[in-house]
Design a protein around this ligand. Structure first.
Ligand SMILES: *Cc1c(COP(=O)(O)O)cnc(C)c1O
Length: 459
């Protein structure tokens, strides 16, 4: 009787099989040996459990090589965003403009005058590279930047109100997702939250009644990811500023998505612009760099110079400061914003948000012709809504045009799962028994990959 343990190849034989010899060019020898041993151990366990195994050295070597390749593949890789959600937090929010990406790349691979004034040879602040650009696009007296808007909120509240009270409307106690919740952020900052009003109605008098000797600031928070509808009242920023002036209190505006350009002419709803918050008199305005600014992940604090200086003196500034790559990308993005028309046309997030429906429909129609050549695939085109983004303006939709696909071979959920796990990975929407592809966020040069991905998913 043959002994199945004896039929297994030796480690040496396995390592000498062509697939693992070829793998030596891609993987360290020690990892190959370890993987080969582990594969043989797994087979021995199966035999011991009475399971049938059949493995020639050649086949087994191929399996081990495939496992090694899979383990060495980068965990972070590019995906095709066919969801139509422009600022998709789970997909990295805003793609950078070519000039911003290049600036980050150059900063990454060399040395730069990050904290050095080349004229004087003296140490300088890394903030000086972006302060001017931030003031120019916001109209603020001064500005500084940290890792994200959550950090901006924490450090701004510490500077203005640590150990004191900050008055916020109950209608604005938002959770942005992850763990950004206004009451908790406030607690971390050392400021005490003083809630006023109700979920749907808050009046100036509610804020005023809450002001006492320990009040340091009034704060407005943008309801980024929800809306209160029906019978509602909230206080305009200008009225909050007037109240703040009367009682000598700072007014902080957590504006969130950081819109710099009016997008109403492009069919988007009116959102307060950062420059409007500044001109309304907010003492500090906080917003993200990777939402409607269209830049790298960061949090911007713009406003009164004395308060910005106080923020920069906080020891947390060291913990929250930007790295050189992000700073370089931000500087380049701000330079693009000096010409708002160019920024709208060229910054990817803004371009994608404002792509006209007619252009999207034309893209859908020509892409549909390619798709219709795939056997067993039913291709329709329909009008739908695209959303601005997860933690940014999820309530704000823009009319869009999508490809609605169904397959004779796979269910819509299996179809979408195959797209998601393929190479390149494609993220689509599933609705009414169809897989929907929105080309709005499919970047130039990704269409061939998308076509291949669909073909593979239904093949
Ligand atoms: C998105 C958002 C934040 C959090 O910004 P991050 O940059 O993701 O940290 C905070 N406040 C508001 C109002 C937001 O919309």
């Amino acid at each position: 009787m043959s002994n199945p343990f004896r039929d297994l190849p030796s480690v040496t034989k396995l390592l000498d099989a062509p697939a693992l010899v070829a793998a030596r060019a891609r993987h360290p020898a020690a990892l190959i040996t370890e993987a080969a041993r582990a594969a043989l151990d797994a087979l021995r366990s199966k035999i011991a459990a009475g399971e049938p195994v059949s493995a020639s050295a050649g086949e087994l070597a191929e399996r081990v090589a495939a496992q090694l390749d899979a383990a060495a593949a980068p965990a972070l890789r590019g995906v095709i965003n066919a969801t139509g959600v422009v600022l998709h937090t789970n997909l990295g929010r805003s793609p950078l403009h070519e000039e911003a990406a290049r600036a980050a790349y150059e900063a990454a691979r060399g040395y730069l005058n990050l904290e050095l004034d080349l004229d004087t040879g003296k140490r300088s602040s890394r903030q000086s590279a972006v302060r001017g650009g931030l003031c120019a696009v916001t109209g603020a007296e001064s500005a500084t930047v940290v890792n994200n808007c959550a950090a901006a909120t924490v450090i701004a509240l510490r500077a203005v109100a640590a150990g004191k009270e900050v008055v916020v409307s109950r209608g604005q106690l938002v959770e942005i997702g992850g763990s950004f919740r206004i009451p908790e952020v406030m607690a971390v900052s050392g400021a005490a939250l003083r809630e006023v009003g109700t979920t749907n109605v808050t009046r100036v008098s509610d804020y005023e009644r809450a002001i006492g000797p320990n009040t340091a600031a009034l704060m407005r928070v943008h309801c980024s990811n929800y809306r209160v509808r029906g019978y509602t009242k909230s206080v305009e920023l200008a009225d909050l500023v007037a109240l703040g002036r009367k009682h000598n209190l700072a007014v902080i505006d957590d504006a969130g998505s950081g819109q710099l350009i009016d997008l109403v002419p492009f069919g988007l709803p009116g959102e307060p612009l950062i420059s409007e918050s500044i001109s309304a008199g907010a003492d500090l305005v906080l917003f993200s760099g990777d939402k409607l600014l269209g830049g790298p992940q960061c949090g911007i604090i713009a406003g009164r110079a004395d308060l910005v200086a106080r923020v920069e003196m906080d020891p947390l500034m060291r913990a929250f400061r930007l790295d050189k790559m992000t700073l370089a990308a931000l500087e380049a993005t701000l330079r693009l914003h000096r010409d708002p028309a160019r920024a709208r046309r060229e910054i990817p997030a803004l371009r994608m948000l404002t792509t006209p429906l007619t252009e999207l429909r034309a893209r859908c129609e020509s892409f549909a012709e390619w798709l219709r050549e795939i056997p067993g695939l039913t291709v329709g085109i329909r009008e739908d809504e695209a959303f601005v983004g997860g933690g940014s303006l999820p309530d704000v939709s823009v009319p869009t045009c999508v490809l609605a696909l169904s397959s004779a071979v796979v269910s819509e959920s299996e179809f979408a799962a195959r797209l998601r796990t393929g190479v390149p990975a494609v993220l689509a929407r599933v609705q009414d028994g169809r897989v929907l592809l929105d080309l709005r966020c499919v970047l130039e040069g990704q269409e061939a990959g998308l076509l291949d991905a669909v073909r593979a998913a239904v093949g």
